[in-house]
Write a protein that binds this ligand. Sequence first.
Ligand code: HAM
Length: 430
Amino acid sequence: MELQPPRGTADLLPPASDAMLGLYEAAHRSARLFGFRYVETPTFEHTELFARTSGETSDVVTKEMYTFEDKGGRSLTLRPEQTASIVRAYLENAHDLPNPFKAYHVSQQFRHGRPQAGRLREFRQFGVETIGVAAPGADVEVIALGDRFLRGRGLDDLELQVNSIGDAECRPAYREKLIAYLEPHAAELDEDCRTRLRTNPLRVFDCKVDGKTPLVLGAPMISDNLCQACAEHFAAVRNGLDADGVAFEHDPRLVRGLDYYTRTTFEFASGALSQAQSALGGGGRYDGLAEVLGGPATPGVGFALGLDRILLAMPATGARTPGGAGVACFVVALGAEATTVGTRLLKDLREAGIPAASAFEDRPLKAQLRMADRAGAAYVAIVGEREVEAGTAQLRRLASGEREGEQEQEEVPLDDVVNWFSRTDWAAER
Ligand code: HAM
């Protein structure tokens, strides 16, 4: 039996799972602070949903989908992203949902890429979508939320790039202009990029090998070729970000890997990660997506942040990894009588909302202290024969790195232990 999980997946175990949980909690808090509502959609969808919305030419669709046939012969796909699913769910239930619909998710996605650090086949995202508002204020709000979430994680070497890639009004003409410029130079592009030139010329700006060649640098830029409405929208987004104090740069070459974007696109990158995996998240506007699904024209804008990458970037920038310790109190009972007292104390602590645990059997002090330490406990409450007699417990801090014999210890009456924990900032002790 193979004990390793499949390639590109990983078990999330303590302490990394504590850190991930910290990110989940921060994601829920941040999204709700901005008025977004939590949603869940199915882990798999009809393949057509992603094939239609992500675009026939994007890497996500052409190379990376986890597609399978179910027992009924239907083609299903594990979701590679959430935007398409959330828009689908919105269109199906629009009459019951608020308008605009501000949704957020914290969920796993699946992409069959080549696994490496920061690139997994199953990974986690925190994302938001504002559906039903065309106004630039909605773009500003989601970008400001993403920025606030990332900065709140201590990611100071954060770069935010913003661009506009136009819409159905101005992009076709620009596309022709770009093809006309690139075509005579096709031989200078590698094979992959030559294919892009024909199928999706804007993605030539993403060609890693040639992305910085004079050829691409000299190419006409979409942001210089916007129609008036798109140009005004882009100006309003930039002004809104300035007014909100969100630092950003305009990167005229920023095009994104999914095909549904119109107008605003943006990406957050971290200097702490290698170039290839530096994108912590990104998003943009997708005003044509609902119609691709057969719905009425419905504007939308959102982002997704890669939580696995954010965790990788956090220690590298010296940020404190979030997430907590195990329990506040590990009850150490020594002897039969103490075990009865300890069991009651354990119950009292839990009833008061103070996380607590204990050993399941009477073992020597040292062994129980080791268990407490491994459980990530902030404190132990030791009850031995002497304490049973005195009606007390010895409370000892288990701060990591402390040497034997140096621990602070305090004798507290049993009926005051719960209060003692209520007075102590035990979570900060580990
Ligand atoms: P995306 O750029 O494909 O956008 O993914 C967003 C983020 O997910 C990336 O920047 C990265 O941090 C993380 N990510 C992507 N692939 C992987 C992977 N294989 N392993 C680890 N992390 C990864 C979207 O998914 C769009 N739905 C964003 C959006 C929402 N646009 C509008 N609304």
